[in-house]
Design a protein around this ligand. Structure first.
Ligand SMILES: Cc1cc2nc3c(=O)[nH]c(=O)nc-3n(C[C@H](O)[C@H](O)[C@H](O)COP(=O)(O)OP(=O)(O)OC[C@H]3O[C@@H](n4cnc5c(N)ncnc54)[C@H](O)[C@@H]3O)c2cc1C
Length: 398
């Protein structure tokens, strides 16, 4: 293999090229990215960067320069198509790029809520430019309305309070992150936000939007309540960036469908990170995971498989964190709402706990607040497919 192209110059793309060089791949590497920026880290965009505690420099992912890594960067360039027969990627500018190996890490973008398209005071947060604009827009005392009580919406609400702004979260479901979090954890998140002055409005619908093409002034809810708006942020989830691959013959369905080893249909093409919809060998189901740690681990895994011509299954359990105020919520595995939840240490009310999830006798998930070491051990137990009781005993013994 002489040339590898990595499309998507963000977390997955950066770690793919770094791992290629670490694995002593000596051929040419080209990293193509639509954004004009060097690869940067996204989690601080809703946290430290938004609050003005960190500046841009601190977000950079590269420890070594890309010259040192001998990677050709094509930033500000979009991949527009893939010809698998010819082994070529079409670009928004310049000649097509030939590849022997291809790693796709084009991630995801926010879903846009019809009627609330981006405007001067209507924001979506995915990239550095979005975050910089939002940070400049939020002023002390502003009434910030967040649509969607997912993790990013809640993190932004927490940051707004630290910035001296008011925050109201409008959510269609009955609680925060309602499709992923059991009600008891949802109540915990609700409480910590309410105690810090955030309004959470659940089961809400938007009936009317007051404003014009430039700016919105207020939203009217189904309950009849009118919320005045200085800034509005929509966080209702993301959709994978796959349109450029239409007609390429790759299987596309809520992402790029891959094998358990992250192979996208053929031995020379892999998909990683938020865009990869992989068959999880650990859980026996397809999943598209939108977490930092999973992306980094998949980059390492895909590089190894690509260079070895292998398709070894990716068997790491999904893992994420979310920082809100002084609380670090972490989750591992693939818990479903119907799984049995047991708090095995601490208490949810106290905001210091480890909760495990059981399905058919097996440990399938864990959530914890301010318990990083225990979460790491719980994750390992999930990956070892441990019986619930055995895992619980080993986790609380220490
Ligand atoms: C605000 C925010 C906070 C987050 N906080 C956390 C957290 O606390 N914990 C956690 O676990 N995870 C968090 N995440 C999720 C984590 O950042 C993502 O899982 C991770 O960024 C996924 O990396 P990726 O490389 O797969 O995709 P992305 O980071 O989305 O990068 C994809 C890149 O590909 C580019 N691209 C897209 N299409 C093309 C194309 N056709 N041609 C060229 N380039 C293209 C995009 O412009 C982008 O730069 C957060 C995400 C956001 C947005």
């Amino acid at each position: 293999m002489e040339s590898i192209v990595v499309v998507g110059a963000s977390l997955g793309g950066h770690f793919a090229v770094e791992n290629l060089r670490r694995a002593k791949f000596a051929g040419t590497i080209t990293l193509v990215g639509e954004e004009p920026h060097l690869p940067y880290d996204r989690p601080p965009l809703s946290k430290e960067f938004l609050r003005g505690e960190w500046e841009r420099d601190r977000l950079k992912l590269a420890r070594k320069s890309y010259e040192e890594l001998d990677v050709e960067l094509r930033l500000g360039v979009r991949a527009t198509g893939l010809d698998r027969e010819a082994g070529e990627i079409f670009l928004s500018e310049g000649e097509p790029l030939s590849y022997d190996g291809l790693i796709i890490a084009t991630g995801a973008r926010p879903r846009v809520l019809p009627g609330l398209e981006p405007r001067a005071n209507v924001h979506y947060l995915r990239g550095l430019d979005d975050a910089a604009r939002l940070r400049d827009s939020i002023k002390k005392g502003d009434r910030v309305v967040l649509i969607g009580a997912g993790f990013i919406g809640l993190e932004i609400a927490a940051s707004c309070r630290a910035m001296g702004a008011e925050a109201a979260v409008v959510e269609a479901q009955d609680g925060p992150c309602a499709r992923a979090l059991p009600a008891s954890l949802g109540r915990f998140l609700t409480r910590i936000h309410e105690e810090r002055g955030v309004r959470l409005i659940y089961g809400a619908s938007i009936e009317e939007i007051e404003g014009d093409d430039e700016c919105i002034k207020a939203i009217q809810l189904g309950s009849g309540e009118r919320l005045a708006v200085d800034q509005l942020v929509v966080g209702i989830g993301v959709q994978p960036n796959i349109e450029w691959l239409e007609g390429s013959g790759l299987a596309l369905e809520n992402g790029i469908l891959t094998s358990p080893g992250l192979r996208a249909g053929e031995p020379s093409i892999f998909a990683i990170g938020d865009v990869a919809n992989f068959e999880s060998a650990l859980f026996g189901e397809r999943m598209r995971v939108e977490h930092w740690t999973t992306t980094v681990e998949q980059a390492r895994h895909a590089v190894k498989n690509l260079l070895e011509g292998a398709d070894h299954p990716f068997e790491k359990a999904p893992f994420f964190w979310s920082d809100q105020y002084e609380f670090k919520l972490q989750g591992a595995g693939r818990a479903r709402l119907e799984d049995r939840l047991e708090v095995v240490s601490g208490s949810i009310e106290a905001g210091d706990f480890l909760a495990l999830f059981e399905r058919e006798g097996r440990l399938v998930g864990a959530y914890g607040v301010n318990r990083p070491a225990e979460l790491v051990r719980a994750r390992m137990a999930i990956e070892r497919r441990m019986e619930f009781d055995e895992a619980k005993a080993s986790l609380i013994k220490r």
